[in-house]
Design a protein around this ligand. Structure first.
Ligand code: TAP
Length: 495
């Protein structure tokens, strides 16, 4: 059978000879090759951005009503659902994510995000302000033009929808750049955009490494806005690059989030949430809580609950419906997580569950497997506490009182999410307000999408994604002042 090749999408079609196809895309669960991916160089990226610019400037796109763009997005959401099983299998191969998490999580969320922005497309309102009697002051919104959507590998479909749906709803064109390891979901998504009637060129895809293709994309002068999701290190670089051309940037970056359990909480539910949060997608989820802060008076009881439940977690072939934990996406990510575990093993921490790489049976024996790991006795200042591991490693930290819980939670340089577990309503609100994070859940986790907006704090990013605010981030402001009286004074006292 000929080897599968992955090519960029321009003007609605695959561009087969866009560049050399040397990068091997692998299935992280089995280590098998899924095909080779083209790398777009600066000139190929230039051609693709040109196509996006042309598509944006087309009179048909410029004159299309917001309601019509919304209808196209509704069609796209329907197509995502109609092709759900194919998309599930694509993502399963490409990311190693367990099939149940794809069916119940990533696919429905992708469709929900698209529908949310479909409905929101014609709800953007400008304003008329009361100025002097001789003038009308108007404020309105306009699309940027060509937007770059730079995606991580952990949730390719959700992230493609998160960037493309608001971009389309607001009348922009978008060039998506998936992570080199996971091109398949983004390509499938872009093809469905064409099937939904979204004009060719409005959603293009470049393929290749971040340092070459991604860099060429964000530097392109016709790209007016960059929406980036990925690590803090790369996000910082993207922001610096964008500053050279004063481009608008949205950065959704790393997290080291805390789930805080007070003694009065429903401990069974809190334990369930902590494990789900720490181990879903093998811990490769930015908003997951990888630190569990537990009040000292119930710490022993809570750790027993965590350990008992962790022993029942099934890690294995992502195709199996009982699997909760799949593999790490790449060998590099696997090596990174093992380095953190080594450090924890060589410290005063106690391993309550897991603690090492896992040996798997065929067909998964060559995948990137790490046991779901619970580490107790973790303290601020330790790397396992302070740094984002992005693997199935849940750290347990004890605290004496509310003030200490807040101080530990806020001691890291990230500020993405948090979760507070208590039956005391005032304390829930007090602690939520005190956490320096973009979102805080109370007695729940990972819910509220796509209506809520996420605006990362500290080194977790800048700008806003999701919700209506997330859509306005794809629009620039324009003010128009009209003099309607011939004798109205001209501004600054000139008249
Ligand atoms: P990164 O290594 O930062 O990569 C993210 C994207 O940026 C990839 O497409 C990457 O391309 C590209 N890239 C790398 N260098 C670039 C450059 N110079 N110019 C333009 N693009 C460049 O992150 P990752 O490892 O894929 O994802 C994991 C990280 O994403 C974690 O830190 C996680 O917390 C974060 N994340 C955050 C969120 C939110 S909502 N805050 C959501 C998901 C993930 P290549 O990979 O092809 O080189």
């Amino acid at each position: 059978m000929p080897e599968q090749s992955y090519a960029p999408i321009v003007d609605g079609d695959f561009w087969q000879d866009a560049g050399p196809a040397e990068f091997v895309v692998t299935n992280p669960a089995t280590g098998e090759s899924l095909g080779r991916e083209t790398e777009c160089d600066t000139s190929a990226v230039g051609r693709i951005v040109e196509s996006s610019k042309r598509a944006f400037q087309q009179p048909t796109w410029q004159k299309m009503s917001a309601a019509e763009r919304g209808r196209m997005l509704l069609k796209l959401a329907d197509l995502v659902e109609q092709n759900a099983e194919e998309l599930v299998q694509t993502e399963l191969q490409d990311t190693g994510k367990p099939v149940t998490q794809l069916r119940a999580g990533e696919l429905p969320l992708t469709a929900d995000i698209i529908r949310f922005y479909a409905g929101a497309a014609d709800k953007i309102e400008g304003s008329i302000k009361s100025g002097t009697p001789g003038e009308v002051l108007m404020q309105m919104y306009e699309p940027y033009g060509v937007v770059a959507g730079v995606l991580p590998w952990n949730y390719p479909l959700v992230n493609a929808a998160l960037k493309a749906a608001p971009a389309i709803a607001t009348g922009n064109a978008i060039v998506l750049k998936p992570a080199q390891e996971t091109p398949m979901g983004t390509l499938a998504f872009a093809k469905l955009c064409i099937e939904a009637g979204i004009p060719p060129g409005i959603v293009n895809v470049v393929l290749g490494s971040g340092s070459k293709t991604g860099q060429a994309l964000i530097e392109h002068p016709d790209v007016s806005k960059i929406s980036f999701t990925g690590s803090t290190a790369v996000g910082t670089h993207v922001q610096k690059t964008a500053a050279n051309q004063m481009k608008m940037v949205n950065l959704e970056c790393g997290g080291k989030n805390a789930l805080i359990v007070f003694a009065d909480a429903d401990l069974e539910r809190a334990a369930e949430a902590a494990l789900l949060s720490g181990f879903v997608n093998a811990g490769q989820l930015c908003v997951s809580c990888s630190r569990v802060l537990v009040e000292s008076s119930i710490a022993a009881e809570f750790e027993t609950l965590l350990t008992q439940r962790a022993s029942k977690i099934v890690m294995g072939n992502p195709q199996d419906e009982t699997t909760l934990v799949g593999p790490m996406i790449t060998r590099a990510q696997y090596d990174t997580a093992l380095r953190y575990l080594d450090e924890a093993l060589n410290s005063e921490c106690r391993i309550l569950a897991g603690g090492s790489a896992a040996t798997m049976a065929a067909p998964c024996e060559h995948g990137n497997w790490i046991q779901p790991t619970l580490v107790s006795g973790v303290q601020p200042g330790m790397k396992v506490h302070d740094e984002e591991i992005f693997g199935p490693v849940l750290s347990v930290v004890h605290f004496a009182d509310e003030a200490e819980a807040i101080s530990i939670a806020n001691s890291v340089s990230y500020g993405l999410s948090g979760s507070v577990w208590t039956r005391d309503g005032s304390r829930a609100l007090r602690v939520s307000k005190a956490l320096d994070t973009g979102i805080c859940w109370v007695n729940t986790m990972l819910s509220g999408y796509p209506q809520i907006s996420l605006s990362p704090h500290k080194l977790s990013g800048t700008g806003v994604e999701l919700g209506m605010e997330g859509m306005r981030a794809y629009l620039k402001r324009k003010s128009i002042v009209i003099g309607i009286e011939d004798d109205a004074p001209v501004g600054w006292g000139l008249g």
